[in-house]
Ligand binder design. Structure first.
Ligand code: SF4
Length: 437
């Protein structure tokens, strides 16, 4: 859906195929070597300098890479589906892609043997381009191969432009427990400026259906849009809150490199107006009972997104699908993997058990920064014990930066937790940068 959300983009931006990540312990930029080592459990279990006392909770991200149209601001791994227009939303290579996902999961099983999967996130691209029958089959394939928590959160991203009443209900019947609706705005002029395929009416209908069919759902909104005024932004958040979403994700439009907006930049509101917009959004959202628990996420009690919180607490995740990222822990190392980005290449490589094209062991020196890049996004911070549990490093490895962050008034700490102060939240990049190697 690609609001600049987090679904699967680890904060540490993964290199594209073949580029090396700087300074990693062991870095296999050569796809062939990466593919060899990516599933070599014996190699991954060999002794090392890290001591992880236990393995973090595990989540599963599945990337469905096609969209009806490429949005001009989108830098995500999404590919315009130029299939047979007569087949409308049909005609997607659903079965070949599902076969590739199945093969990729089977190749990955030795790395996660015996571990319980606590959440599944179907992200994109536009997962709601896939038929409910295909989503049903995909979830059955996963259930048949991994131990899925009985209360697992299963999120599907839905584009209002693909909205059909029965379709959303059928996703619910297939086992999806949470819908994430990519609204972005309720203003038709802004939706057009963003190049979105849906309009206000479709957005309203999609959210109303999500509210009727799902126990919990998320609504994505963007702000600082081309030509947007503070009053229009306020109107958008009022409209969103009137639909009583239990979860709201709010993103500042950013002009990403290699996008159409980078080539033809639209006129967007200046920074001070964008800050005023975020303040207005936070004010209205808080007044409506949705607490800001993460830099861009607001939720009613009990409706926080487990999948994303697992990212922010430096939990583990397997990413399947074109261009998906994984982060996996072993007793003595933390590794990151990237799958082939191009859907056709991904399908080809996955069917031969070689979907991974980049395999990196995170260097000891980089772990504090990687951990804090995630953890400090949480307004309430994290338990102090998590720093060592999730990185395998002694607390001493963080001490210098923690002390400096406290001295600068950016971080709070007690015997149980660390958390970004209000000032630290406003200057989050500066706070996180203190943990750079
Ligand atoms: S719907 Fe637009 S923003 Fe979302 S993934 Fe597709 S192209 Fe990107």
């Amino acid at each position: 859906m690609a609001t600049p959300h987090i679904a699967n983009i680890p904060v540490v931006s993964a290199p594209t195929e073949g580029q090396a990540q700087p300074g990693s312990g062991v870095d296999l930029a050569n796809p062939a070597e990466a593919a060899e080592r990516a599933f070599d459990v014996v190699h991954l279990m060999r002794p090392g300098t890290l001591q992880l006392p236990s393995l973090p909770p595990l989540a599963l991200y599945i990337h469905l890479p096609w969209c009806l149209k490429k949005c001009p601001y989108c830098d995500f791994n999404s590919h315009e589906w130029r299939g047979d227009p007569a087949a409308g939303m049909g005609g997607l290579p659903e079965q070949p892609y599902l076969s590739a996902l199945r093969a990729d999961l089977e190749a990955t099983l030795p790395l996660i043997w015996g571990r319980t999967v606590h959440s599944i996130f179907l992200g994109g691209g536009t997962p709601s381009l896939f038929s409910p029958a295909a989503i049903d089959q995909l979830l059955s394939d996963v259930r048949a191969r991994v131990k899925l928590d009985a209360d697992a959160e299963i999120t599907l991203e839905a584009n209002p432009g693909t909205f059909e009443r029965d379709r959303f209900r059928a996703y619910r019947a297939a086992g999806v427990t949470r819908l994430s609706v990519g609204v972005q705005s309720f203003n038709d002029a802004h939706l057009t400026a963003l190049g979105r395929v849906h309009n206000r009416a479709q957005a309203l209908a999609a959210v109303e259906e999500a509210a009727q069919s799902f126990d919990t759902f998320n609504l994505d909104l963007m702000y600082a849009l081309p030509g947007q005024t503070l009053a229009e932004c306020e109107q958008d958040v009022r409209t969103a809150l009137a639909l009583a979403p239990p979860h709201l994700s709010v993103y500042h439009l950013t002009i990403e490199p290699n996008t159409l907006f980078a080539k033809y930049p639209p006129v967007v509101p200046p920074d001070d107006e964008a800050y005023a917009m975020l303040d207005t959004i936070t004010e209205h959202t808080t007044a409506a009972g949705l607490a800001r628990y993460e830099i861009s996420a607001y939720a009613r009690a009990g409706h926080g997104c487990w999948h994303n919180q697992n990212y922010w607490q430096f939990g583990d995740y397997v990413g399947l699908g074109a261009g998906a990222h994984s982060k996996l822990s072993f007793a003595h190392r933390v590794v990151r993997q990237v799958r082939a980005r191009d859907p056709a290449l991904y399908m080809q490589r996955a069917l031969s058990g070689h979907a991974v094209v980049q395999h990196t062991e995170v260097a000891r020196s980089e772990l504090p920064f990687e951990f804090m890049l995630n953890a400090l996004r949480l307004q309430g911070g994290v338990p102090l014990a998590l720093l060592s549990e999730r990185t395998g490093l002694p607390l001493g490895a963080f001490e210098k930066a923690l002390t400096e962050a406290e001295r600068l008034g950016l971080l709070g700490r007690d015997l149980q937790r660390i958390w970004p102060t209000e000032r630290g939240f406003d200057f989050l990049s500066d706070l996180q940068a203190l943990f750079l190697p």
